[in-house]
Design a protein around this ligand. Structure first.
Ligand code: UD1
Length: 368
């Protein structure tokens, strides 16, 4: 029996851990799973809504760290996670993705000598000004098992000198949640709630500090948005960081003046899935949404200079354009006027069975 402590902290973690927890709860003779929430995200719309939608039970442990500077937040997670680990003494800790909680918990594990696995390992944007890139690089250096979503991610790890014995190519865990919930999301009334029944529409998400913390960059993106919204309504669920910066930079009036831009609160997992799966275009600076749109065959315009998920460009529907106004408009118009390519290119092992492969690898590791 393996006791496994699964860590979640921020919004993009929940849909990665839910299928792992669920698979572990099914394989009761092999696994005792525990869930730890660091509390990096705490708003109802950023956390509780996802627990509800994804059927994640109450976490056994809540560290309640909340928001702070990177150093303070990372330190708070470490300080509060250490006694939990010492008390629980799990066989494994699983951390996912690239948020501050991921690195903080991995670091505590290796210092105590508890084995840690990193799910979604090996992604690299090669942009070290991104906090997530630092979290990815460091977590991958110290974790015992590295579960990669794509072959390019495994190659990145090998080229950094990480021994192949630590790497397992298991596929994309986010897609487990996507496949499982597509049917359930069909029942969401979000499109009716927003009166979107017949129209074509686009969806925008924006929260990277490099986009929203800099007034000039934010303004360049808004200029593109104003033009795109003339062609098609744009639904914009607003992340708390972005909302804060809109207020700070006094951009509210400008956004309200853009008639067909609909600003709404952040959505839960099922409502958001229903919303973007019906869109004719997605504009985003998120990582996961590049992958989800690839699987659903929806054109995605990524508002970043780089992507750590190149397979979404080479195989999928993603175009990476940065924050240049003209480039964004051009890419959006191309997507809006091109006929939809019905032939889906799904990357290898993005098949909804990644959680099972992770569990198998943990079991096999034990008997090695
Ligand atoms: C974090 C992750 C990022 C991920 C994103 C998804 C890191 C370094 N970044 O960025 O990779 O894509 O989550 O959302 O871990 N806030 C609230 N309520 C909340 C959470 C945040 O109001 O529930 C506000 C606070 O003002 C906070 C700010 O948003 O200071 C930023 O939150 P934080 O967790 O530090 O980073 P994100 O930008 O959300």
């Amino acid at each position: 029996m393996l006791k496994v402590l699964n860590v979640v902290g921020a919004r993009p973690n929940f849909m990665k851990v839910a299928p792992i927890m669920e698979a572990m709860k099914r394989r009761t003779t092999q696994f005792t799973p525990l869930l730890v929430h660091t509390g990096q995200h705490y708003d109802k719309s950023m956390s509780a809504a996802f627990f509800r939608d994804l059927g994640l039970g109450e976490p056994e442990v809540h560290l309640e760290v909340g928001s702070a500077s990177h150093a303070r937040q990372t330190a708070a997670v470490m300080e509060r996670f250490e006694p939990v680990l010492l008390r629980e003494q799990p066989d494994w800790v699983l951390v996912v993705g690239d948020v501050n909680s991921t690195l903080a918990c991995a670091l505590v594990c290796v210092k105590i000598g508890i084995k840690v696995g990193h799910v979604e390992a090996g992604l690299r944007s090669r942009d070290r000004s991104m906090p997530e890139e630092i979290n990815r690089l460091l977590t991958d250096q110290i974790a015992d098992l590295l579960f990669t979503p794509s072959e390019d991610a495994s190659e990145n790890l090998l080229s950094e000198g990480i021994p192949k014995e630590r790497i397992r190519f298991v596929g994309n865990i986010m897609i487990d949640s996507l496949r499982k919930n597509l049917q359930r999301a069909a029942a969401s009334t979000i499109r009716e709630d927003l009166a979107l029944n017949t129209e074509r529409y686009a969806v925008l998400t924006l929260h990277r500090p490099s986009n929203v913390d800099d007034p000039e960059t934010f303004s360049r993106i808004l200029s593109a948005l104003e033009k795109i919204a003339v062609r098609v309504p744009v639904i914009f669920p607003i992340h708390p960081r972005t909302r804060k910066m809109i207020a700070e930079f006094g951009l509210e009036a400008r956004l309200r003046a853009a008639e067909k831009v609909r600003m709404i609160e952040p959505l839960g997992y099922l409502d958001f899935l229903k919303l973007y799966s019906g869109a004719c275009l997605v504009l985003t600076d998120s990582g996961g949404i590049q992958e989800e749109t690839t699987v659903l065959g929806i054109p995605c315009v990524t508002l970043r200079e780089t992507t750590e998920r190149p397979i979404t460009v080479t195989m999928g529907t993603n175009t990476v354009v940065g924050s240049n106004t003209e480039k964004i408009i051009q890419a959006a118009l191309t997507a809006l006027t091109s006929p939809q390519n019905k032939h889906l290119n799904i990357p290898p092992l993005w098949d909804g069975r990644t959680a099972e492969r992770i569990l198998d690898a943990l079991i096999e590791y034990r008997v090695q």
